[in-house]
Structure formats: structure tokens, C-alpha cells
Design a binder for this molecule. Structure first.
Ligand SMILES: Cc1ncc(COP(=O)(O)O)c(C=O)c1O
Length: 482
């Protein structure tokens, strides 16, 4: 089972369709026959015909024995894992499953605080007790640098009771820790290590990319194939290495968390995307990297803009994913949200904006033409500067607060709650996460206390135009522990 030229799941689905069975099973649209015309026109007949789930002679996602199993085996070989599960509810489900499989109630997990909201959800599910590792805030580039082996080793010395480690690498901006070094320190400790590698599904397919978790003696990692590869939205991968985590526990967690009617359209898209990467990935990524490098060079020449370059972080042990183009716009005198709106007006949508930056993500879909459009739009930015008295000065914006934690996320989530205005919440403990989205890194996690600086920080982001999950209505209501 190592023929990477095969696509067993997609092949079996197509063979099934050729049999032209009369369907007396779900889904109710029955191959699109009864789908609303508007949707049929929008999607085309092919997508409906492939929109199948675990029925009749098709294999099962949760207990695979045939083409689904074979597709996952091929994926595990291509991504360097001992086992890979297909996910149909994004990396979110995979992050939840990792935490639920590894930790029990009140067990301590060393977790880097630049984690995504899904990790907080996972801790609410398993009831673990987080020991947060606050990542370094780089005040030149205004971003978090993911945790490195040295800070994890220090934290181990301070908290010998931790039962597992959870890291996020690469960051949303493509900054990757030295996972090889992380894998080595943990092997002495024999603690399971989980990595949220949502933004690194492409790393196995080109030597210029950071080393993957699976190549670094990490026990479990999750990758959003839909983000950086070519599979459909929501499709993702959970990888496992034999050793410190029981495979059965991960399977059992996934059985709880994933739907019992998985979309085979999503699963087949993972099979096909793995095929594409295994057979053509290196060549495709080589062209993408060249385009992104060209972009970096050109953007650095635009007055007032600068891009994060691989060399900027190398001496601190980080590898930058070259396909992420992080453009610092604030020195121009405008914030990233405004810059993103201007780019949008010139026909270019970027992945993320924050007060200081816009982030453009390159993929194997990009071409010299898409690069040209991005550059044309970026060159327009200096023409839209606000009047000098209202120019944005990013150096005056505070860095993210480091709140103190009083309850576990689960205790806070299940506590009786009050609803209060953000402006009147000083000294209260939040019961829900508050997170600018994207990137979805919570400013406050359930169980943490709100202080005056945090209120001011959230208010400033909100005023600039950030969407903040957890803040409701014009009066900015939040949920706090009673
Ligand atoms: C670091 C990180 N982890 C996990 C997720 C969740 O991924 P998904 O959207 O595939 O559920 C995201 C989403 O943006 C993310 O940025």
C-alpha cells in the first residue's frame, strides 16, 4: 500500500457512481436530483453526485477497512506519520481530539499561550489544567514568536508535574519553531507532545519549508489541508507517531467528536490533494516559493512597506515559511485593517489584517498574474494615507496583555455567568474567550482576569476595526463568572 499514484477513495467513489445505483439512502438530494435549482446551478451536477456518506458499499471514516483505510495509509506515508486520520471538521476537531486523547481532568498541560481558540475548546472538553507558556512578543515586528525548546525545558524545571505539551507551530504568519530540538528535549521526559500545525500542511513537500512535526519526534500533529494545500474547506489531517500516545485513544476521541455522516466529498478531496502533493508537490511549491520571493523583493522596494524575510528570524532559531508574505504597513501611517480595505477595493483579498500588517498567503494556485495584481494594489496604498494628524502610529499600541489565570477553562466555562459591559468588567473573570479573529489567538481565555490594560487593549483593537469574538453588540457585552 505505498503506490502514491493511486487515489483509492476517489477511484472507489467514481466506480460506485458508474454503477448508477438507485438510491434509497441519505443524503435526501439523492445525487442532486432534488437539490434546489439555484444550488445545482451554482455547484454543478458533479459535486452533488460525489456528495455521499457512509452508506451501502462505501467504506467508513470511523472504522475504515477498505478504500478509506487505503487512502489514509497513503496519506500517512506521504506526510511521514505512522497513522493519519482524515478530518471533516477542520483542524479544530483534530486539536480537540489530541487534547481529549492525551489528557484527563486536572492533569497539567504546558501550552503556549499563542494557541488558537480550538485549543481552549479542547481544554474545556478534557478539563485539563493549563500551565501557560507566554511566547516572546517581538516589538519590532509586532508578533508572537512561537515557543522554542529552551523555554519549554525551563518550564519543565519549574513545573515537573506537567503531563503533556501543546505547541502551535508554525504561527499564522508562518514562523516555525525548531521542532527537531523540541522533540529531543521531550524524549528525555517521555511526555506526549502535540503540535497544532494547522498552517503547515505543505511542509512535507519541499525542502525549503520548515521541518514537520512528524519528522521531529512529535507524537501528534494536526494540519489544515484546506488552508495551504488544495483540498476542500473543512478537510484536515491528524497525524500520529507510535510511542507515547495510544492510537486507540485518539480513535476513540475522534469517534466522539466527528460526525457520523462524514462528507466523502471532503474526504475524497484529501485523497486527491495528497496524490497531487506526493506526485507533483515539490515542483509546484518550487514555483510558488519563487513567486513569493519575487513578491518579497518587490514589496520591500515600495516606500513605507517592508516584508518579513527568512533572514530576519534565522539567528533566533526560527524558520519562516516562504509562502507567507507578511507586509508591515503601519510605518506608512495606516493600520492593517485600513490597508486591507484599500486592497479589497483594488480587487485583492488578503488572508488577515491586524493593526500593523496584512498577510498574503501564496499557494500552488498562484501565478505571475496574481502576483502582479497583488503588487499593483500594494503600490496604491501610499496614495490613500489619512491626513497627517490622524495617521496611525503602531509603535504606540500596547503589546498583548499577560492575564492571570484563576480557574481552568472548563471550570470557568461551566460556572454560573453574568453578562457585563467590557467597560465595567475590571476585576472580573471571563467565562468565554475573547479573541480577535483572525488569527483567533485569545486575548483572554476562560478563567483569566480582566484588568484595565486588557480592557484598553481590546477597545483599541475594536476601534481600529478588528472583529473580536466574545464581544457582543454595540455596548460590547461579555460573559464573566458570577
Ligand atoms: C493555529 C490554528 N489552529 C487551528 C485552527 C483551526 O483550523 P480549522 O479552521 O481547520 O478548523 C486555526 C484556524 O485558523 C489556526 O489558525
Amino acid at each position: 500500500m505505498s503506490d502514491q499514484s493511486d487515489q483509492p477513495l476517489l477511484r472507489s467513489l467514481l466506480a460506485y457512481l458508474r454503477m448508477e445505483q438507485t438510491s434509497f439512502h441519505v443524503p435526501g438530494h439523492k445525487g442532486g436530483l432534488a437539490a434546489p435549482l439555484s444550488l445545482q446551478e451554482a455547484l454543478g451536477a458533479g459535486s452533488f453526485r460525489l456528495d455521499l456518506t457512509e452508506v451501502g458499499m462505501l467504506d467508513s471514516l470511523q472504522h475504515p477497512v477498505a478504500e478509506m483505510r487505503d487512502a489514509m495509509i497513503l496519506a500517512s506515508l506521504a506526510f511521514g506519520a505512522d497513522h493519519t486520520w482524515f478530518l471533516v471538521n477542520g483542524s479544530t476537531a483534530g486539536v480537540h481530539a489530541m487534547l481529549l486523547a492525551v489528557l484527563t481532568e486536572n492533569e497539567e498541560v504546558l501550552i503556549s499561550r499563542d494557541c488558537h481558540l480550538s485549543a481552549i475548546g479542547g481544554m474545556i472538553l478534557c478539563g485539563s489544567h493549563p500551565q501557560y507558556l507566554f511566547p516572546t512578543w517581538d516589538s519590532d515586528w509586532h508578533l508572537f514568536l512561537p515557543a522554542q525548546a529552551s523555554s519549554i525545558a525551563d518550564a519543565f524545571r519549574l513545573r515537573p508535574s506537567v503531563a503533556a505539551v501543546f505547541l502551535t507551530s508554525p504561527s499564522y504568519f508562518g514562523i516555525a519553531s525548531d521542532l527537531g530540538a523540541v522533540g529531543q528535549i521531550s524524549s528525555g521526559k517521555d511526555l506526549p507532545i502535540m503540535v497544532d500545525e494547522a498552517h503547515g500542511a505543505h511542509f512535507a513537500f519541499h525542502p525549503a519549508f520548515p521541518k514537520t512535526a512528524m519528522a521531529s519526534r512529535i507524537d501528534l500533529s494536526v494540519q489544515s489541508a484546506h488552508k495551504t494545500l488544495t483540498s476542500l474547506t473543512q478537510s484536515a489531517l491528524l497525524h500520529w507517531k507510535r510511542g507515547r500516545v495510544e492510537e486507540e485513544k485518539v480513535r476513540a476521541a475522534l469517534d466522539i467528536l466527528q460526525t457520523s455522516s462524514p462528507s466523502y466529498l471532503l474526504a475524497a478531496s484529501l485523497d486527491a490533494s495528497r496524490w497531487q502533493m506526493a506526485n507533483e508537490g515539490t515542483k509546484l511549491w518550487q514555483s510558488t516559493i519563487e513567486l513569493a520571493e519575487e513578491a518579497r523583493e518587490q514589496v520591500n522596494r515600495i516606500n513605507g512597506l517592508r516584508c518579513l524575510n527568512p533572514n530576519d528570524l534565522r539567528d533566533r532559531g526560527y524558520t519562516l515559511d516562504p509562502t507567507k508574505l507578511l507586509v508591515d504597513v503601519w510605518r506608512l501611517g495606516m493600520d492593517g485593517f485600513r490597508a486591507a480595505r484599500i486592497l479589497q477595493a483594488f480587487g485583492v483579498d488578503v488572508e488577515l489584517a491586524d493593526p500593523w500588517h496584512v498577510l498574503a498567503v501564496f499557494s500552488v494556485a498562484d501565478t505571475p498574474d496574481s502576483l502582479k495584481r497583488l503588487l499593483l494594489a500594494l503600490k496604491k496604498l501610499p496614495e490613500f494615507l489619512p491626513p497627517s494628524r490622524s495617521r496611525f502610529d503602531g509603535s504606540r499600541l500596547p503589546s498583548p496583555p499577560k492575564p492571570s489565570s484563576f480557574f481552568t477553562p472548563r471550570q470557568a466555562f461551566f460556572s454560573p455567568c453574568d453578562r457585563v459591559r467590557l467597560s465595567e468588567s475590571r476585576g472580573r473573570i471571563v467565562a468565554r474567550s475573547l479573541a480577535p479573529y483572525p488569527p483567533g489567538i485569545p486575548t483572554l481565555v476562560p478563567g483569566e482576569m480582566i484588568d484595565a490594560d486588557t480592557i484598553e487593549y481590546l477597545r483599541l483593537w475594536q476601534q481600529l476595526g478588528a472583529r473580536i469574538l466574545g464581544l457582543e453588540g454595540e455596548e460590547l457585552w461579555i460573559k464573566v463568572v458570577h
